[in-house]
Ligand binder design. Structure first.
Ligand code: ZN
Length: 299
């Protein structure tokens, strides 16, 4: 090989490697220069396994396990509103308080195991939330959220979401976009978003899981009909990343609007939280009781 050919190879090698990688469909993360000249890398948080929370309740793996997910947390406050005293209300605090109340209510029953995806004010990647339920081999996953209607104080009521391949309405699509956006904070972007969406579509074929999620959503509406205020169209479906566990029936309770007076009172007081807790605990108990009788009948 002549010196000139060698030089050509050395000069062309990086380009050939890059071209080859691109031709093979390999994506190469490229550091981006932010305005503040801090290097940012695309981090695939799904590759980092989540810390598993402790499981409360009976020390018996044969007992059903429900994972309750308090939406948002840490530097991600979620939706916000202002209380009558002028104090800021963050969704992350509401969801954690409700999650804790549901856990306390369920533990009274004594035969259901409970784990919270987070039990303090910390950030938790969206992907970790359903993954925790899967790794713990949970039987049910409930994500708790609250909403904001911005300047409008007349929008109110709880909704319950299950996974869909297409958002069922424009409002549901906006909600999904915002909730899925929680992973974009501080420059950290989950790579392969379109992969995640196609995974959701594939996972939809897990019909049984989906049917169970729908049955549970119906139970929440039934048990809550006298105690909670639901939106006029409370059953919704959206492509929510947090509901994508293919083998754990999953729902997301949008518990109400922090921007509405009546909803806010329910969301931010111990009495109000007790209502959510008793409704969800009843729905969970009925759900597991039905499943146990179904299993006994050889379903
Ligand atoms: Zn939320």
């Amino acid at each position: 090989m002549s010196y000139r050919t060698l030089l050509l190879v050395v000069l062309l090698a990086p380009a050939l490697l890059l071209g080859g990688a691109l031709a093979l469909g390999v994506t190469i993360p490229v550091p981006q220069w932010g305005r503040d000249y801090v290097m940012r890398f695309i981090v695939d948080e799904a590759q980092v396994p989540p810390d598993l929370p402790k499981i409360d309740g009976p020390d018996d793996p044969s007992r059903p396990l429900v994972v309750i997910d308090a939406g948002h947390g840490g530097r991600d406050p979620g939706a916000s509103g202002i209380d009558p005293q002028g104090r800021k209300i963050d969704e992350k605090d509401i969801t954690l308080a409700i999650a804790r109340a549901v856990r306390a209510e369920l533990l009274k029953a004594g035969n259901i195991r409970v784990a919270l995806t987070r039990s303090d004010d910390r950030i938790l990647p969206l992907g970790h939330r359903p993954e925790i339920a899967r790794l713990l081999d949970a039987d049910l996953f409930i994500s708790i959220h609250a909403d904001s209607a911005g300047e409008r104080d007349d929008v109110s009521g709880a909704s319950i979401y299950t996974l869909s391949n297409a958002a069922s309405s424009e409002a549901a699509a906006r909600f999904a976009a915002r909730e899925n956006d929680a992973d974009r904070l501080n420059g950290i972007v989950i790579s392969g978003q379109s992969d995640a969406v196609s995974t959701i579509l594939v996972e939809l074929s897990q019909q049984r899981t989906q049917e169970e999620a729908l049955a549970f959503a119906d139970l929440v509406l039934r048990e809550g009909s006298n105690q909670l205020a639901f939106h006029s169209q409370p059953r919704r479906s959206a492509a929510l990343a947090v509901l994508r566990a293919p083998d754990v029936p999953s729902v997301l309770l949008e518990s109400g609007f922090v921007t509405n007076l009546a909803d806010r009172a329910r969301l931010t007081t111990p009495e109000g939280r007790a209502q959510y807790a008793s409704v969800l605990a009843r729905a969970i108990k009925v759900y597991f009781a039905r499943r146990a009788t179904g299993a006994a009948a050889g379903e």
